[in-house]
Design a protein. Structure first.
Length: 108
């Protein structure tokens, strides 16, 4: 089963998020972040189960400083939900799947 999550960079971020016809949940993460590793399988499941309703994307903060600074990501994991190109929700820290879905459900 292939990943439904998209990896974004400074170069591809705006085009992907602005051009999306569904909300995009962006996971700002880093290789060295323990909680980021914990939340990754949860995001994979959400991407799979909510396919068509939401897109899940990842941004490595160590490799993409422009986007990380622009959205003032100070701690990770930080999840930002974009709808029609605008940031509409921000979740900082790892969450369980049920709690995460509850926090973003209003925007789906």
């Amino acid at each position: 089963m292939g990943s439904r999550m998209t990896t974004l960079s400074d170069a591809t971020f705006d085009e992907h998020v602005q051009g999306a016809d569904t909300p995009v949940l962006v996971d700002f993460w880093a290789e060295w972040c323990g909680p980021c590793k914990l939340i990754s399988p949860v995001l994979e499941e959400i991407a799979e189960e909510q396919s068509g309703k939401i897109q899940v994307a990842k941004v490595n903060i160590d490799e993409n400083l422009d986007v990380t600074r622009r959205y003032e990501v100070m701690s990770i994991p930080t999840l930002i939900l974009f709808k029609e190109g605008e940031a509409v929700a921000r979740i900082v820290g790892a969450r369980g799947k049920a709690q995460l879905l509850q926090e973003i459900s209003a925007y789906l």
